[in-house]
Ligand binder design. Structure first.
Ligand SMILES: *Cc1c(COP(=O)(O)O)cnc(C)c1O
Length: 213
């Protein structure tokens, strides 16, 4: 089976319950174009240098998603073209995105990253900080908060993963609206559990392209 078939197989399987961001970090432009040529437009990267280079060389109509920890001093580079920043994990970052978006006279779509895993190394706000973050963001004219993003614990304990996704969905539902309508959760190894828990945006890398080195 070719690479591209796995994307279409998953699309059929999830049957429009969720959209897919193809996570193209570490992948070549040619690998990305193979997916692009199957009419896929949403790609995710987690490094500023890499997304800039790919954005410059690949087709204009790709919708680029930033999914990694974003340093404030690099915000200005991605604001001009980014479609959605999934990984807002501090107020300082939010403020900087707003400032840079204002300079460019645009509104940047963002998700609030929430720490749902019980692992030390995951970025994100705590569950009980969400409402304060949202009220802070509502004052920023150049930010549009579209929803929440979370990553479950990297484990094969499906009960734990489901519990974490369920928790994030519970929070999501509290604030859900016509604008706040994106729940980004689920990766190659847990997207089915994420969709069971009402994720509507999954981020898939290795299941599409094979393992990363
Ligand atoms: C790398 C990455 C993914 C994709 O991971 P796979 O296991 O390859 O599907 C999804 N989300 C984030 C935030 C990532 O950094």
């Amino acid at each position: 089976m070719s690479l591209n078939n796995s994307l279409n197989t998953i699309k059929d399987e999830i049957d429009k319950k969720a959209k897919i961001v193809v996570v193209s970090k570490t992948r070549s432009k040619k690998e990305i174009l193979d997916i692009y040529n199957k009419d896929h437009r949403d790609f995710g990267e987690n490094k500023v240098q890499e997304i800039l280079e790919k954005h410059e060389k690949l087709p204009e109509d790709i919708r680029w998603h930033f999914i990694g920890h974003l340093q404030t001093n690099k915000v200005k580079y991605i604001v001009p073209f980014i479609s959605l920043i999934h990984s807002v994990d501090s107020l300082k970052l939010l403020k900087e995105i707003n400032k840079r978006a204002k300079v460019k006279n645009k509104v940047v779509n963002c998700l609030i990253q929430v720490k749902i895993a019980n692992e030390e190394n995951k970025y994100g706000f705590k569950i009980n900080e969400i409402s304060d973050v949202l009220s802070y963001a509502s004052e920023l004219e150049h930010i549009l908060i579209k929803g929440l993003m979370g990553m479950a614990t990297n484990t094969d304990n499906n009960n734990l993963i489901s519990k974490e996704f369920k928790l994030l969905n519970t929070e999501f539902k509290r604030y859900k609206s016509e604008i706040f309508n994106v729940l980004s959760m689920g990766m190659s190894n847990d997207y089915k559990l994420a969709i069971d828990n009402k994720s509507n945006l999954i981020r898939l890398g290795s299941i599409i392209f094979g393992g990363r080195k």
